[in-house]
Ligand binder design. Structure first.
Ligand code: NAI
Ligand code: CS2
Length: 492
């Protein structure tokens, strides 16, 4: 089978398939950002929950960016797609049956998306739009009023280009029509992602209409979530795995790890699926879980992305095959990131770290260091800068956190000076900073002076700046492999 129109996905060789009646699905969820992660995570939870519930929750998928193929392919397969979950030695395929409809705004127009969000039965608008999709300053978390999309949307609120503009316009219509509000559920890797989304939407709405902002504040909720599942971008090899598994090269299919976790603040204004039936946890306060995951998992991921890339490793599992990288990652997790967390967190962090090392080592998950390295300006504050500052406040001197930041700086400097790929919404500022200086240390200092990433910390906290500079100089002088070797032995 080669073309999507010929395929009847339901009849293929799936290991696990839900059996709820698809004709009873109502589109109660609109999801913005039909990327890899949503398919491998929320879509799976929702599908498994539908199978065990009387009320079925359907999802409308919206993409506001990217090419039209993915949504066209999804539509051609009746909104069905496959998810292949791989551990180091098992492979399970699932057919996802919960998606009811889809919109690609560059093709269908933004009005189609606004109309969908304004439909009365919509109860949740969920988001996986990447960190940069919130158009907020990564260090302060405040809406960036100079962001190009925000500037456009403030001038043209009825034809928005940003997710924030789309949500605000839909809420305006719902208020004007006397419709019930929905909850906005961020599923991106940002600490207090609900609060950040709320503040971004409110700041945006205030610029347009103070009364609308007050109505949103009083009526809409923005639950925070901790989301976890390693879902790498698809490659030809990964599509071939799906083909091998189900007999069809599903263009909307996903290959991901078998582990998944979802912790959700239970604060929904119009109801929610019982995602706990599929293993999600509903809690009153997500922040401790978010910080644990963002620092121990994502912080280590970024450490490996930059330093592993510099050492010549294409994939995370290859870094784990290097005993020095493996030991240093464990040191970063337990001796540094874990020690920056809320001490009241009731989780066995040694067990958590060992679970993470096992997940990173899965050779069937080909997660590129270069993929995780993308958008570093949006990731460093929560993964490296904040935990390092907490360590210093607690009187502990870190070794691996400064090396993470030094690795990022070296990666950026190399990309700029060698003309390599630098995928980052702040790429222009990064390039200017690097090009403004001639020595490596001055290039580092120019990067540390970028307030959107580092705030005033390098100026106000001498130890913070000095530790990063020392790690950076050691990295240049010793080379990454030698440095990681000595850090792994505790001699650095
Ligand atoms: P992806 O690249 O496959 O998809 C990104 C999605 O975001 C696309 O649908 C794109 O249209 C949309 N998008 C990008 N910029 C946008 C903007 N300015 N406004 C609205 N939509 C925008 O990436 P993937 O793997 O789906 O990851 C997305 C996010 O999910 C990550 O940035 C992270 O926050 C979160 N996440 C990802 C995990 C993973 O392993 N892939 C795991 C946990 C969380
Ligand atoms: C990764 C995450 O791309 C990245 O920055 O660190 O997407 C990571 O795979 C997930 O957060 C795992 O849940």
């Amino acid at each position: 089978m080669t073309t999507t129109t010929e395929v009847n996905l339901e009849s293929l060789g799936f290991n696990e398939k839900t059996s709820f009646d698809r004709s009873k699905l109502a589109t109660n969820i609109v999801h913005i950002g039909f990327g890899a992660f949503h398919r491998g995570h929320q879509a799976v939870y929702n599908d498994l929950t539908n199978d065990q519930s009387d009320q079925l929750w359907g999802i409308c998928e919206i993409n506001m960016f990217g090419g039209p193929e993915l949504i066209a392919d999804l539509q051609a397969q009746d909104h069905l797609f496959s998810v292949v979950e791989r551990s180091a030695d098992t492979m399970v395929s699932r057919l996802i049956r919960s998606v009811t409809e889809s919109i690609h705004t560059p093709v269908d127009g933004i009005q189609a998306a606004i109309d969908k969000l304004a439909e009365p039965q919509v109860k949740i608008v969920s988001l996986t739009i990447t960190e940069k999709g919130y158009c907020s300053d990564p260090q302060s978390g405040q809406l960036d009023i100079n962001n190009g999309l925000i500037q456009h949307d403030l001038a043209n609120p009825q034809t928005p280009q940003s997710a924030l503009g789309l949500i605000t316009e839909a809420l305006r219509i719902r208020r004007d029509r006397g419709l019930a509000p929905f909850s906005v559920l961020s599923c991106d890797n940002i600490p207090e992602n609900g609060l950040l989304t709320k503040e971004a939407v409110l700041s945006f709405a205030k610029q347009l209409d103070a009364e609308l902002a007050s109505w949103i504040e009083a009526n809409v909720t923005f639950p925070s979530t901790m989301v976890d599942r390693i879902v790498p971008a698809m490659t030809d090899d990964a599509f071939a795995v799906i083909d091998e598994c189900i007999g069809y090269r599903d263009p909307c299919g996903i290959v991901c790890e078998d582990y998944r976790q979802w912790v959700i603040e239970d604060n929904f204004v119009a109801g929610r699926p019982d995602w706990d039936k599929a293993g999600a946890m509903f809690v009153a306060d997500v922040l401790p879980y978010e910080e644990m995951k963002l620092r121990m998992l994502n912080g280590s991921h970024s450490f490996l992305a930059y330093n592993g890339f510099l050492a010549g490793y294409d994939f995370i599992y290859q870094c784990m095959e290097d005993a020095d990288f493996r030991a240093t990652t464990l040191r970063l997790m337990l001796e540094e990131q874990a020690k920056s967390l809320n001490p009241n967190l009731k989780v066995d962090l040694e067990q958590y770290a060992s679970l993470l090392i096992g997940r990173f080592s899965n050779p069937n998950i080909k997660h590129k260091t270069a993929q995780i390295a993308m958008d570093g300006s949006q990731k460093l504050p929560q993964r490296a800068i904040d935990p390092m500052l907490t360590m210093l406040e607690r009187g502990i001197t870190p070794t691996c956190q400064p090396l993470l930041i030094a690795g990022w700086a070296t990666f950026v400097i190399n990309a700029v000076t060698n003309g390599g790929d630098l995928v980052d919404p702040m790429a222009e500022q990064l390039k200017q900073a690097v090009n403004s200086a001639s020595t490596a240390v001055d290039q580092l200092k120019a990067l540390l002076a970028l307030k959107q990433i580092f705030g005033e910390h390098p100026q106000s906290n001498e130890t913070f700046a000095a530790l990063i500079e020392t790690a950076f100089v050691n990295l240049q002088e010793t080379g990454i492999k030698g440095l990681v070797h000595s850090v792994s032995k505790g001699t650095n």
